[in-house]
Design a protein around this ligand. Sequence first.
Ligand code: INI
Length: 157
Amino acid sequence: MSHTLIEGALTGQGLRIGIAVARFNSLVTESLLAGALAGLRRHSVAAHDITVVHVPGSWELPLTLATLASTKKYDGLIALGAVIRGDTPHFDYVAGEAAKGIGAVMLKTEIPIVFGVLTTNTLEQAMDRAGAKSGNKGYDAASTVIEMANLLRELRA
Ligand code: INI
């Protein structure tokens, strides 16, 4: 007897996606946003199905995502931010709370939320992950949110 295999498709047609993006370290986060938008379009998500919300910093992401999720208008959400250790002793609080908060919102609302918040020691490391040497985590976030939205649809069907 063969096993059952369930995997989310990477086709974004018909999916409604919300993106919450932090303005703090905007040099990095604007590149993450550009990558995410390019990734969504590449996977056939329609422009009119994409909503982008700008917030001051990564600290503000969890509440914003919780509010977006509560509208029930989205099949998946993406959180984009950049928390850079060099900037301030705030690092551990902001990075920790963003990660914990976003994870908690995802489990409470049962809507997939992709964690596209970079946590790095330097601006250079962040830039490397936002379209320079190491790809673009925003672009990766787009395919992950599509896979997860499709997977959850399938698991719930
Ligand atoms: N917000 C970030 O997104 N990244 C950071 O590196 C950062 N640092 O280092 O302070 C940061 N702080 C701002 C924070 O997210 C809030 O916007 C602010 O505290 C107001 O609530």
